[in-house]
Ligand binder design. Structure first.
Ligand SMILES: NC(=O)c1ccc[n+]([C@@H]2O[C@H](COP(=O)([O-])OP(=O)(O)OC[C@H]3O[C@@H](n4cnc5c(N)ncnc54)[C@H](O)[C@@H]3O)[C@@H](O)[C@H]2O)c1
Length: 371
């Protein structure tokens, strides 16, 4: 295996939380060094993981913690988006108290985006915030969810409705963790990767040219895409801290539709990446209707999604009104007006305010499968 290690420095330089991202196929093996480099006297470490992930990598993380002469406690949760809620967060807080955790406890979150969102939220709120390291184990977690300091839990009325902004001390993306990931979950992560391609046209072309080696999970290609997505996301967040608060919204491309699709289907039909793929296709079609992009753009984006094994149409069993109810609750809307992130060309996304309800409905209808 080629050793590839990349430090993106301190992407959150202007925030009071410094965060370093390490992309390292020996990341788990080298975890003791990473913990020692934090140079802090921790009282103990708590590993938060799920029932699928912990059996795969839990022993390695416990051994690393013990090597740092720290007690390792574990908090193993059932997997799945349906557990990213207040009940699970409350269970975590109570368990941290029972375990005797204090302000000097180090939390290590080991898992996909559900875990980094939930674990980040719990770490940020327990005793008003304890240090946390993220070890994302899904592609989606490595390229997106773990980065940027946004965490959260869902309410029955909508996704990510409750959350904080809190950066982990360190993100360790070890691409070797992806070997056990199902094709389905791997492809799910590729949807967010394609989103970064729409943000950066050079990266889009790279993806188009490397579909087959990416799908074969060729190590060098995977490290490259994790690195590029991490760079794009941290660059956007840097701009946000430098006085451009709106810029971050472009990371939400396709997500207004995606969250509505996930919510309206109770998270049971599509995984997050599939919903994002359909959501980006909806946004591209809407953009075409508004005259911002041409048919070629829509076809090119859909073609890349299809090649990566992702859907661009949703089931026609999802009631349009339910989708609209979820879309109305999107956090970007201002004073009841629909605000959406739409492409204007490959490599350029803009926030478009006051999108008409009828046009959104028409788009949703056209993006439903015809039997
Ligand atoms: N905070 C953000 O900026 C941000 C950005 C994008 C997505 N998200 C959130 O991320 C979540 C989706 O994350 P996800 O797609 O990683 O889902 P996930 O965390 O549910 O993981 C998917 C499945 O893969 C399993 N798994 C994880 N790693 C594995 C491995 N290495 N081998 C085998 N199985 C493994 C998990 O147990 C789970 O069943 C959503 O809740 C979404 O809202 C957050």
């Amino acid at each position: 295996m080629v050793h590839f290690k990349k430090y993106l420095g301190n992407p959150m330089a202007n925030s009071h939380h410094a965060c370093q991202i390490c992309i390292n196929p020996k990341g788990l093996e080298e975890l003791p060094q990473y913990i020692k480099e934090l140079k802090k006297e921790y009282s103990c470490a708590v590993i938060i993981s799920d029932e699928n992930v912990f059996p795969l990598f839990g022993d390695a993380v416990i051994a690393a913690v013990n090597e740092c002469h720290l007690r390792a406690d574990t908090l193993i949760l059932p997997p799945g988006e349906q557990n990213k809620n207040l009940i699970t967060a409350n269970f975590c807080w109570e368990r941290l108290v029972t375990l005797g955790c204090d302000r000097n406890t180090l939390m290590i979150v080991l898992g996909g985006g559900v875990l980094t969102d939930l674990g980040g939220f719990v770490a940020s709120t327990f005793m008003r915030g304890i240090d946390v390291i993220f070890i994302p184990t899904t592609l989606l977690g490595m390229v997106d969810a773990a980065i940027g300091g946004k965490n959260g839990i869902n309410l029955p009325s909508g996704k990510n409705m409750i959350g904080t902004r809190y950066h982990p001390k360190l993100i360790i993306s070890d691409p070797s963790c992806l070997e056990s990931l199902s094709d389905h979950e791997f492809r799910s992560g590729l949807a967010e990767v394609i989103k970064y391609g729409v943000i950066d046209s050079h990266f889009f072309v790279y993806l188009e040219q490397n579909v087959s080696s990416i799908l074969k999970r060729q190590e060098e290609k995977i490290s490259t895409i994790i690195g590029r997505c991490s760079e794009i996301k941290t660059h956007i967040i840097e701009q946000e801290f430098q006085g451009n608060p709106q810029i971050r919204n472009i990371l939400n491309y396709g997500h207004t539709f995606a969250h509505a699709i996930e919510g309206a289907t109770d998270f049971k039909i599509y995984c997050h990446g599939e919903a994002v793929s359909i959501g980006m296709s909806c946004a591209a079609l809407l953009s075409l209707k508004l005259g911002f992009v041409d048919q070629k753009f829509v076809e090119r984006q859909d073609a890349l999604c299809h090649k990566m094994g992702l859907p661009t149409f949703m089931s026609n069993k999802i009631p349009l009104e339910t989708l609209m109810d979820f879309i109305k609750r999107d956090k970007k809307h201002v004073k009841g007006k629909f605000c959406l992130i739409l492409p204007t060309e490959l490599g350029k996304l803009s926030q478009v305010d006051h999108v008409g309800k009828e046009m959104i409905l028409e788009t949703l209808k056209e993006k439903q499968l015809v039997e």
